[in-house]
Design a protein around this ligand. Structure first.
Ligand code: GLU
Length: 467
């Protein structure tokens, strides 16, 4: 099967999680079939399109490793550079009577919406992309609606039928030099030889308009597949108010690109098994459009974090260390640094968690002797005074050389005593003495991270406070 897909973002904002999932599906589908995928910037809305957004989109795609096939010696197309081409097509439509220059009073242009089909989620976006609103024009180019039924077989949603009579004579260009969105899409899809249009379901009601234009221009119709939207947990459309939505925000918060791609692939698609972890190459192998669901896909940040953790586990510890905020390691010995890295490697799901933990004071015990109520030293289930056990721990550790302050060795030294006296009785006060907290890494890890000198000092301090 010949497959050529496309990813045509409008550069009116940073690359959104929802758009990149669409890009990914197009990429997987094309690569799975040994086909091609092209990139183009749809910037017919010149006021809202910005070069900085194009750059953000390019940076995001290249960070993720999604590659596109060049076309006519270009890495991507930009619609604003193709006006001559659109003009030729437009002129053909006008010359053959399929479109006409329409004199408008400012009021008729604004009230005769070319877009009356009800579609809850896309109205405002289409209004924006049409770009016709709000501008006072004496003249526009309208498409002479043949008033017919258009139907197509959506590869995900099945048979879809629209009566286009309701559309009226839609505005397709502001002038011969200023085509609007639908016309440019149809021409570019044809010139790129696109075989499959995979896009968000908010574009469903655009499809009959585009098919009408294709038919008028005598262009081939690609296959269509409208993929479900990504929804926030409250089932509303995913937006800024739900937190991060741009790919670069996720990158900057320390998510791994492999995890983000893996997670996005599972939003609305499933491999037909319970398996959840797939590299990009594996996704290419198994991707199958027939397993894309119809219903909206809920964005679940916890699931994304879980997948990120799965990938983080495979990261080389040396690479991991490079992401640790310097202040967590400053002034520590090599053994301490290793112990701190190990603890972080265990506890962190996303690199950014380390900075978050630092900001919230979670790791304060690493740099400052803790303060706490001495009652906290007493393990809740026991009436026993912790003094005896803290003294025992201190003397066990006093005899251990600083170079042996590693988690495993510390455990060997203290655990037998703890097992004999009751683990809670011994390990609880040790944890509190070292961290000041009821929740923290285990006391062996704490002692290893703090080093011999600080560990002994904090144990003595706890003993003094009990006296
Ligand atoms: N420029 C449109 C968008 O960003 C693409 C629509 C399409 O895929 O045809 O949503």
């Amino acid at each position: 099967m010949k497959v050529i897909t496309r990813f045509p973002p409008s550069p009116t904002g940073n690359l959104h999680i929802g758009s990149v999932r669409t890009a990914l599906f197009n990429y997987l589908f094309a690569r799975h079939h040994g086909g091609k995928i092209h990139l183009r910037f749809e910037n017919t809305d010149e006021e809202r399109s910005k070069r900085e957004y194009e750059q953000n989109i390019l940076d995001s795609l290249s960070w993720l490793g999604l590659t596109f096939d060049p076309i006519c010696d270009k890495q991507y197309w930009r619609q604003s550079e193709r006006k001559e081409i659109y003009r030729t097509y437009l002129k053909k439509l006008v010359d053959t009577g399929k479109a006409y220059v329409s004199k408008e009073s400012a009021t008729t242009l604004e009230s005769s919406s070319p877009d009356p089909l009800p579609h809850r989620l896309s109205v405002s976006r289409r209004a924006r992309e049409r770009g016709a609103e709000g501008k006072r024009r004496d003249e526009v180019i309208r498409f002479k609606n043949p008033n017919k039924k258009i139907s197509f077989e959506d590869l995900i949603r099945g048979h879809i039928e629209f009566d286009t009579t309701e559309l009226g004579d839609m505005v397709i260009a502001k002038s011969l030099e200023e085509p609007l969105y639908h016309l440019a899409v149809v021409i570019d899809d044809s010139e790129m030889d696109i075989t499959h249009v995979l896009r968000g379901e908010d574009h469903i009601s655009n499809t009959p308009r585009q098919i009408l234009l294709q038919e008028a221009l005598g262009l081939a119709r690609p296959a269509y597949a409208h993929i479900p939207l990504i929804l926030a947990p409250d089932r509303s459309k995913l937006s800024k108010r739900h937190g991060a939505v741009s790919v670069t925000e996720y990158r900057d918060r320390g998510y791994l690109k492999e995890a983000l791609l893996n997670y996005l692939a599972l939003l609305g698609w499933n491999p037909g098994s319970d398996r959840e972890i797939f590299s990009l190459a594996e996704l290419v192998q198994v991707f199958d459009l027939s397993k894309v669901q119809k219903g909206g896909a809920i964005f679940n940040e916890e699931k994304l974090r879980w997948i990120n953790k799965e990938y983080l586990r495979r990261v080389d510890p040396k690479e991991f260390v490079r992401h640790i905020p310097e202040s967590l390691l400053a002034g520590k010995t090599d053994i301490q640094r290793e112990s701190i890295s190990e603890m972080l490697f265990d506890r962190v799901s996303v690199y950014g968690d380390m900075q978050t933990g630092l900001d919230s004071g979670e790791f304060e015990y690493l740099s400052r002797d803790p303060t706490y109520e001495k009652e906290l030293l007493r393990w809740k289930k026991s009436g026993e005074s912790p003094t005896l056990h803290l003294e025992a721990v201190r003397s066990l550790l006093e005899n251990l050389p600083a170079a042996s302050f590693r988690k495993s060795r510390l455990k060997e030294v203290i655990f037998p005593y703890a097992e004999e006296k009751g683990k809670g009785n011994v390990l609880w006060p040790m944890r509190v003495a070292l961290s000041g907290r009821a929740e923290s890494p285990d006391p062996f890890a704490l002692a290893a991270m703090l080093g011999k000198e600080v560990t002994l000092r904090r144990l003595s301090h706890a003993l003094n406070s009990l006296r």
